[in-house]
Design a protein around this ligand. Structure first.
Ligand code: AMP
Ligand code: MN
Ligand code: MN
Ligand code: MN
Length: 284
């Protein structure tokens, strides 16, 4: 069976990617993507640009976003696909989720100053296109530029993560709110990169999946840039066990920085229901 090359997770300059929605659309098309979604963090202001750019390339498109959620002490990410990107409750919820990022960034920079790394707020801002969306990825790019670390992976090993300098815990959206904003706007909610969360025990991971489902969530990302093939196999089983559809998305942020280019993922396990089967009526 020929693979259907859906890529339903990536980031533009509207959040913490380095390419514009238009350049990403062209890259997706050139890489053979057959169904694309731009999923900027907590933000949909790039959606009309992505819709227009995809249409000009005859590239089928689903609207997208990736919502930051606080679940117990962890941050988890919930991707939304195929929603109405003008839906007022979704826009309001995302705006509320974005607020507080600037204060958090100032506190992150203050912590780094205390360990002898000055000027990080101003430095990170040079990489920010959307003033409402300053992210740890922008900090990481500046710390590489400043020669503090050799690449962004090293930054996240030494700084900006729990227990390391520059980590500021933050209260994001609740799981129920994030799923509801997506579903009420006509979309499908997806648990992003499930292998990336450091759940303290298996019970908490089961709680994430079962509460997500109870709130109306319908899918889980099985194939994504940061999953090993063993992790993909593990979450294929979880999708079957929980009766969730499966998504596929590179989580591409930047050439040379991302694990996986747009359209470069392996094939979904044939036993899984692809999330795009639920969204045929929402394709632009
Ligand atoms: P924030 O939303 O500000 O907490 O930033 C989260 C973003 O930082 C993620 O979406 C990634 O772009 C980036 N990030 C987090 N951890 C890592 C990591 N280990 N390696 C590379 N990028 C990371
Ligand atoms: Mn990111
Ligand atoms: Mn994410
Ligand atoms: Mn992402």
């Amino acid at each position: 069976m020929p693979i259907f090359n859906a890529d339903l997770h990536c980031h533009s300059t509207v959040s913490d990617g380095t390419l514009t929605p238009e350049v990403l659309a062209a890259r997706a098309k050139a890489n053979g993507v057959e169904l694309w979604a731009l999923t900027d963090h907590d933000e949909v202001s790039g959606q009309q640009r992505a819709i227009d750019a995809a249409r000009a390339l005859a590239l089928p498109y689903l609207t997208g976003t990736e919502i930051s959620v606080s679940f117990f002490e962890l941050t988890v990410h919930i991707v939304g696909l195929g929603f109405d990107h003008t839906h007022p409750a979704l826009l309001q919820g995302l705006e509320r989720t974005r607020s507080g990022r600037s204060e958090r960034a100032l506190e992150m920079a203050q912590q780094l100053r205390l360990v002898g790394i000055p000027g990080v707020f101003e430095g990170a801002l040079k990489y920010v296109s959307n003033p409402e969306l300053i992210s740890r990825a922008h900090f990481a790019r500046y710390l590489v530029e400043a020669g503090v670390c050799k690449d962004v992976q090293e930054v996240f090993r030494k700084y900006l993560t729990d227990g390391k300098p520059g980590f500021v815990p933050h209260r994001w959206a609740s799981l129920g709110d994030a799923v509801r904003w997506i579903v009420e706007a006509g979309g499908v909610a997806v648990i992003a990169h499930p292998a990336r969360y450091n759940h303290p025990n298996a019970t908490q991971e089961y709680a994430l999946f079962s509460e997500f489902k109870a709130h109306g969530g319908q899918a889980v990302e099985v194939l994504t840039g940061s999953h090993s093939s063993a992790e993909a196999a593990q979450y294929a089983e979880m999708a079957l066990e929980f009766g969730l559809a499966a998504s596929r998305g590179s989580d591409f942020h930047s050439p040379g920085e991302s694990h996986c280019d747009l359209g470069a993922l392996p094939t979904l396990d044939a036993r899984l229901q692809p999330v795009w089967d639920l969204l045929a009526h929402r394709v632009h």
